[in-house]
Write a protein that binds this ligand. Sequence first.
Ligand code: ZN
Length: 149
Amino acid sequence: MTSVGAAVSRGARLLAGGRAVASLAPGYYMEPTILEGAAHDDEISQQEQFGPITCLYRVAGFAEALALANATAFGLTGAIHTVLNDAIKAGGSSLRDHRQTSGELGYFQHSFKVYDREGEKCTTPRCGGTVKRFTQNGRSTFWCPKCQK
Ligand SMILES: [Zn+2]
């Protein structure tokens, strides 16, 4: 409830809930809570809430909504799940000898954004960065220093 109070004090509007459930006291039970207009850098926007709390944000469109979602640690988690899901659907990555249980090769390597692309332009729209490579103990890491900080 501290994060709800902090968000409201910074200008968020409480649309529902926001209080402890008195009939369940003592305890940490909270009414289902809906906030609108929390600041994007506010704690309630950036950290996982262990309660029935939803924040609503007004955005101009899908691109802005996606950018907001990706600007949190939850965005990274979501991106990791998306990439892993896509890789599994593609049967994995067959760089050398990986095969699916059926014996077929995986084909996710055709979707790599930076792996083995050292010196090439980053594929992220409007980035303009160049893919770099770092090698340690014979293992390479590839990244775009402009958009993968
Ligand atoms: Zn980039």
